[in-house]
Design a protein around this ligand. Sequence first.
Ligand code: ZN
Length: 139
Amino acid sequence: MENCIFCKIAKGEIPSYKIYEDKDIFAFLDIKPFSKGHCLVIPKQHFENIFDIDENILKKVAVVAKKMCEKIKNTLHADGIRLSQSNGKTAGQEIMHFHLHIIPRYEGDGIPMHPAATLHLPQANSEELKKIAEKLSNK
Ligand SMILES: [Zn+2]
């Protein structure tokens, strides 16, 4: 879809810290992370939300999310992982292209999980993001 930032990221038209890619699915680090390794899994094809996503693509998103969770647990040693996915502005969806957040949690990280907290997150250091992306990449 034209002017959709996630479509552009999936096509490589906008650079991202890519950690996974196959025919249908793309995953990359969130540049305003809640925590180390916070990433997003998206379908390459544009679907707005849970209501219009193709079921087979949704299954692929889930399988990739599981793989990424295992990798985050083993590589970054997360103590827990939260999955979060919003549908519609009222639910807090900001980018209208289906995306699943994978948010690693670390013992004592003190991260507030209230949705409003996302508005105040600072952009992460690019060198740090690059290092994490290398650790989690499927290449
Ligand atoms: Zn899109």
